[in-house]
Design a protein around this ligand. Structure first.
Ligand code: CA
Ligand code: CA
Length: 353
């Protein structure tokens, strides 16, 4: 039954892709749906950022020195919600008029209104998710299904041969592997040793929503996520500006080298990195782009009333490279069905201000 479903899915996928050359050049770093096998910086910061920075999040000022002269020591206050940053709302620009993936509907750039909100500074870590599981005895969807998607280099040659029928046809570097879950992120025999501060992965959209609810938070909308990503700047590719490697340093965890067999890991990480690595903008947000994709609250298609709709995810992952998955930009977006999980997909939470 499962195989028939897969064949049908792949037939439909092939039909879509064969009709759309741009889509065929789609990236390899995308997370498969469960059903698939089944520069220089500007000198100024918008005033709204400066105003907020004088308040609860005055530590913003150390970034680039942009706000150095606009606040004094008495402005430093305790964080209202530890680990979260206030993100100033208003009328913000999201999307882009220079889309790289038309099928992703990145375009056009548009003005939207967003209220002030709080955003987690970090992707949710394994340690944090473990607290949730200990408190609620929650079982993730991947644990209930009994499997999740693993990237090929985590399997040796014999395992790859054994599991070759469980690959995603359109992205054969993804293997559906039994026993893989957030507790065993790198394979059935792997553990969370040393990964407490790495992002939790192999969590579905529903798992992510449950965690945020437990934490008294919620998933960010796509508009909120992108507003937070842009750090108060307009029209920039990345949270910090347009240059990928300011000062010739790595600012995010992505893929360097040939995909899918030659990850040079020049940025220091072949797979996930700690959630507090790579501080990326004046909102003190880390790993917004790169490291792991992040679920948002939004439907991919607002009219989708199916039981397992696609949800928008943002930010790209450690498997992304410009040559095939240039999605580690604030405007970039992609989707997966709610029940999907893989080793490059996580989340962070937001909260009303
Ligand atoms: Ca990397
Ligand atoms: Ca991320």
């Amino acid at each position: 039954m499962k195989i028939n479903k897969e064949i049908t899915f792949h037939s439909v996928l092939w039909l879509i892709l064969s009709q759309c050359p741009l889509a065929w050049s789609d990236c390899g770093c995308q997370t498969p749906d469960r059903e698939a096998i089944a520069d220089k910086e500007p000198a100024t910061v918008p005033e709204q950022v400066c105003q907020k920075a004088r308040g609860a999040n005055s530590h913003y000022r150390d970034y680039y020195g942009e706000l150095e002269n606009s606040a004094s020591k008495e402005d430093v206050e305790e964080e209202e919600f530890p680990g979260m940053s206030i993100i100033p709302g208003g009328t913000v620009k999201v999307g882009t008029d220079k889309p790289h993936f038309g099928q992703d509907r990145e375009a056009p750039e548009r003005k939207v209104k967003v209220a002030d909100f709080y955003m987690d500074k970090y992707e949710v870590s394994n340690d944090a998710f473990e607290q949730f599981v200990l408190a609620t005895n929650y079982t993730t969807e991947a644990e209930r299904f009994g499997d999740s998607f693993l990237f090929k280099t985590l399997l040796d040659a014999a395992e790859q041969k054994q599991l070759e029928d469980f690959r995603v046809a359109s992205a054969p570097w993804w293997y559906k592997v039994k026993g893989v879950s957030w507790r065993h992120p790198y394979g059935p025999a792997s553990s969370l040793d040393g990964l407490g501060q790495h992002p939790v992965v192999h969590v579905s959209w529903r798992d992510a929503r449950k965690y945020c609810q437990w934490a008294g938070k919620r998933l960010p909308t796509e508009t909120e996520w992108e507003t937070a990503c842009r750090g108060g700047k307009e029209g920039k590719l990345y949270p910090w500006g347009n240059k990928l490697m300011p000062r010739d340093q790595h600012w995010l965890n992505i893929w360097q080298g040939e995909f899918p067999d030659g990850n040079l890991a020049d940025d220091g990480f072949e797979f996930t990195c700690p959630v507090d690595a790579f501080r990326q903008n004046v909102y003190d947000l880390h790993n917004m782009v790169g490291n792991v994709w992040e679920w948002t609250a939004d439907l991919w298609d607002a009219t989708d009333v199916s039981l397992n709709p696609n949800r928008v995810k943002k930010g790209g992952s450690y498997l992304c490279h410009k040559s095939y998955c240039y999605r580690y930009r604030c405007a970039a977006r992609s989707q997966n069905t709610e029940d999907s999980s893989a080793g490059n997909l996580g989340f962070r939470c937001a909260k009303d201000a």
